[in-house]
Ligand binder design. Structure first.
Ligand code: AP5
Ligand code: MG
Length: 215
C-alpha cells in the first residue's frame, strides 16, 4: 500500500508516518529528512539546499524528484509513506509516473487539517532525537526526564534550524501557494481523504487506521 501524508508544516506528518512504519512495516520517504541528510554532505548542492531550507523555501523539483526516484528502487516491504512529497503539481505528476513505471499506484492521499495557530505552537515546541529521529514536543510529548530517547536510548536531542518564526511564515506561505493545490488535484482523482489533524496523536492515528483498513 502506498500513501501520501499531505499537510502544512507541523501537521503531524512525520509523527504519524513513524507510527505506520512500526505498525504496518511501511517505508517512510520524507524528502525533508533526505534533504537534511544531503545538506551535511559538504557539497555545493548541500549548501544550496541548506540555504533554501533555512529560509523556508522549496528546493527544486529536479532535486527532490531525483531523491524519490532513487528510493523507489528499493524493496517495497509494506509500501511507501510519502511524507512531505509531493509539494508541487509537477512533483505530483512525477510521482504518478514513477509509481506507474514500477507497476504500482497510490492507495490514498491523507490530508491532515490543522489550523495555523496550532501549527506555530507545535513547531516552536518540537525537538527530535538526533540518533533515531523520534519526534518530541515540549508541550505534548516532552523529552524523557532521564535525558534519553524513549525509542533508542540516545541523548542527542536537536531542534531544526527552520523551526523559527520567520522561516515558518515562509514555509506556510509556500504551502498555501504551491502545495495546497494538490488537495484539489487528488480530490479530482478520487484519491483524497481529509482528516482532522487536531487532537490526540492516538486519535489521529485511529483515523488513519480506519482509512487504510478500508483499502
Ligand atoms: P519537512 O521536513 O517536510 O518539513 P514540513 O513539511 O515543514 O513539516 P514538518 O516536518 O515541520 O512537520 P510534520 O508535519 O512532519 O510534523 P511533526 O510530525 O514533526 O521539509 C523541510 C524543508 O525541506 C521544506 O521547508 C523545504 O525547504 C524542503 N523540502 C522538503 N520536501 C520538499 C519537497 N518535496 N519539495 C521541495 N522542498 C522540500 O509534528 C510537529 C510537532 O507537533 C512535533 O513536536 C510533534 O510532536 C507535535 N505533534 C504531532 N502531532 C500532534 C498532535 N496531534 N497534537 C499535538 N502535537 C502534535
Ligand atoms: Mg516532518
Amino acid at each position: 500500500m502506498n500513501i501520501i501524508l499531505l499537510g502544512p508544516p507541523g501537521a503531524g506528518k512525520g509523527t504519524q508516518a513513524r507510527r505506520l512504519v512500526d505498525e504496518r512495516n511501511m517505508i517512510q520517504l520524507s524528502t525533508g529528512d533526505m534533504l537534511r541528510e544531503a545538506r551535511t554532505s559538504g557539497t555545493e548542492m548541500g549548501q544550496v539546499v541548506a540555504d533554501v531550507m533555512d529560509r523556508g523555501g522549496l528546493v527544486t523539483d529536479e532535486i527532490v524528484i531525483g531523491l524519490i526516484e532513487e528510493k523507489l528502487e528499493q524493496d517495497h516491504g509494506g509500501g511507501f509513506i510519502f511524507d512531505g512529497f509531493p509539494r508541487t503539481l509537477r512533483q505530483a505528476d512525477a510521482l504518478g509516473e514513477l509509481l506507474a513505471k514500477h507497476g504500482t499506484t497510490l492507495d490514498a492521499v491523507i490530508e491532515m487539517q490543522v489550523d495555523d495557530s496550532a501549527l506555530v505552537a507545535r513547531i516552536v515546541a518540537r525537538s527530535t532525537c538526533g540518533a533515531c529521529g523520534e519526534v518530541y514536543n515540549d508541550l505534548t510529548k516532552p523529552q524523557p526526564t532521564d535525558g534519553k530517547c524513549s525509542k533508542c536510548g540516545a541523548s542527542d536531542f536537536k531542534r531544526r534550524a527552520d523551526d523559527n518564526e520567520e522561516s515558518l511564515r515562509n514555509r506556510l506561505m509556500e504551502y498555501y501557494k504551491k502545495t495546497s493545490p494538490l488537495i484539489g488535484y487528488y480530490y479530482a482523482k478520487g484519491e483524497l481523504k481529509s482528516i482532522d489533524g487536531l487532537g490526540e496523536i492516538d486519535a489521529i492515528a485511529g483515523q488513519i487506521r480506519d482509512i487504510l483498513d478500508k483499502k
